[in-house]
Design a protein around this ligand. Structure first.
Ligand code: HEM
Length: 462
């Protein structure tokens, strides 16, 4: 009887693949270095054709510590089954990252974050947050997004008729920062703090990002000045403290606490002010710790995802000039095109759950306590669901991609993210009549976010 690395009995064809003789081939799935050259699509396609769910050992790699191994869920159907069933596949037991939190105390802390909760705690907090995105607040945010897109292109193009720039930093990075500052009711001049925080969290494996320090302190608010006193410094090897522990991000938590205190005293019209004023069914309010974690979640989840999703969409258009032409001739296709960009690029490649009980998924018998990792990047190319999945087709409809997840944790910012992408690409196509790649693209070293660090383009104004 074939026995998997976790001691779990595997049925089906798992052990018949040549790859099982070379378990190191599976390292490409979780090796952060791999993603500097791209997603291992061929490997994922092959694995998905053989298994819905596969056991992956986690060996120590130069950029990754050894782990206890995980089940990788490759097919669309089974990814959906995991995500819609929090009783069996918990977000709280081991939190939602491939890497376990560094200590029990850190695990307890991150479980105060919406993302890492199960019902009923998750249901209470999510309801409070959803109620804070009032239709008035959303309308205001959406109008702001279109203004931001115009000002981003005014600044990037200036008075020039043509030019070259890094699309990722000049045209994509500022959009989520401007929008998040609106949502959080944060002074706009502080927004690049979120850029540095998100870099530290998501780019932890990437030497270019982990010590990110781009914030211009000369225009910082009083809150930012106070928080920056706690900014951690790199150690002798150039490493920062673990950003997924509370102790690794003291400046972010200080900022959040000061902002919450300020908002409780003088609330604004932003979503976070509304949230802080809400009262739940038992008459309770959001605690400061819950706010701090919410602030962390928004600063990172609403930021890095788009900073990578927007350049990912740009790359799709650059690599498919016919699609760009189609979109120019029929701008009404933009909403469908953005969905396809999200599927084709898949900015968040994986998420993690922990089995709360023994269960069967596909051909795998999963034991309580096992890590279960859903691969959005694989499910979004499942040939059972998407015709010609490797093809970028801006008319694809329906397009049931999992880029925003599925089930109770479905992305709360999905609508705002779509609006931001539509605003950027709408503005780009309105203003420029020619865009081409102007050099080598550089990708993020991360097994979690599919990131673009540098995307040089040459453009010409209409
Ligand atoms: C292209 C951009 C984005 C992508 C690809 C993305 C992706 C995701 C995914 C996959 C999840 C589900 C996590 C899980 O199942 O455990 C999620 C959750 C979440 N996202 Fe997004 N996101 C994006 C933009 C945003 C924005 C702009 C915001 C805020 C304005 C946001 C806020 C959140 C929050 C609060 C959650 C947690 C929901 C919960 O746990 O109930 N996201 N996102």
């Amino acid at each position: 009887m074939p026995v998997g690395a976790s001691g779990i009995i595997l049925n089906g064809p798992v052990l018949e693949t040549a790859l099982i003789d070379k378990p190191s081939a599976l390292e490409a799935i979780y090796d952060p270095l791999q993603y500097e050259t791209g997603v291992p699509f061929e490997l994922l396609d092959r694995l998905r054709s053989e298994n819905a769910v596969l056991w992956v050992d986690e060996h120590a790699l130069p950029n990754w510590p050894a782990g206890k191994g995980f089940w990788l869920v490759l097919r669309h159907r089974e990814v959906g089954q995991v995500l819609k069933n929090p009783r069996v596949f918990s977000s709280a037991l081991g939190a939602t990252q491939l890497l376990d939190p560094p200590s029990g105390e850190d695990l307890r802390y991150v479980r105060k974050m919406l993302l890492n909760m199960d019902p009923p705690r998750h249901t209470r907090l999510r309801r409070l947050l959803q109620n804070s995105f009032t239709s008035r607040a959303i309308k205001k945010l959406e109008a702001g997004i279109h203004d931001h897109a115009r000002s981003i292109f005014d600044r990037a193009l200036q008075q020039d008729d043509e030019g070259e720039c890094d699309f990722a930093s000049s045209m994509a990075a500022d959009m989520p920062l401007l929008s998040l500052a609106d949502i959080l009711g944060m002074p706009q001049e502080d927004r690049y703090l979120m850029y540095d925080w998100a870099n530290r969290v998501i780019g932890f494996q990437d030497p270019d990002y982990k010590v990110s320090d781009s914030f211009d302190q000369s225009c910082a608010s009083d809150i930012a000045r106070e928080a920056l006193k706690l900014r951690p410094q790199p150690d002798a090897q150039g490493n920062m403290p673990n950003p997924r522990a509370k102790s690794g991000m003291p400046d972010l938590y200080r900022y959040a606490r000061l902002l919450a205190e300020h908002k409780r005293q003088s609330p604004g019209e932003d979503v976070m002010s509304i949230l802080l004023a809400q009262v739940d069914e038992e008459g309770g309010q959001l605690t400061i710790e819950e706010f701090e974690n919410m602030f962390w979640l928004f600063s990172v989840a609403g930021n890095e995802t788009l900073r990578n999703g927007i350049p990912g969409g740009m790359l799709a258009l650059l690599q498919h000039p016919q699609a760009m032409q189609q979109l120019r001739s029929d701008p009404g296709l933009l909403p469908l095109a953005v969905e396809e960009m999200l599927r084709w690029w898949t900015p968040v490649m994986i998420f993690r759950r922990t089995a709360a009980q023994d269960t069967q998924l596909g051909e795998a018998l999963i034991r309580a306590g096992d890590k279960v990792v859903v691969s959005f990047v694989s499910a979004n190319r499942d040939e059972e669901v998407f015709d010609n999945p490797a093809q970028f087709d801006i008319k694809r409809s329906p397009n049931p991609h999992y880029s925003f997840g599925y089930g109770p944790h479905f992305c709360l910012g999905a609508q705002l993210a779509r609006t931001q992408m539509q605003a950027i690409f709408g503005e780009l196509l309105r203003r420029l009549d020619h865009i081409e790649l102007a050099g080598e693209v550089r990708y993020l070293r991360s097994n979690f976010q599919r990131g673009v660090k540098y995307l040089p383009i040459r453009w010409r104004r209409k």
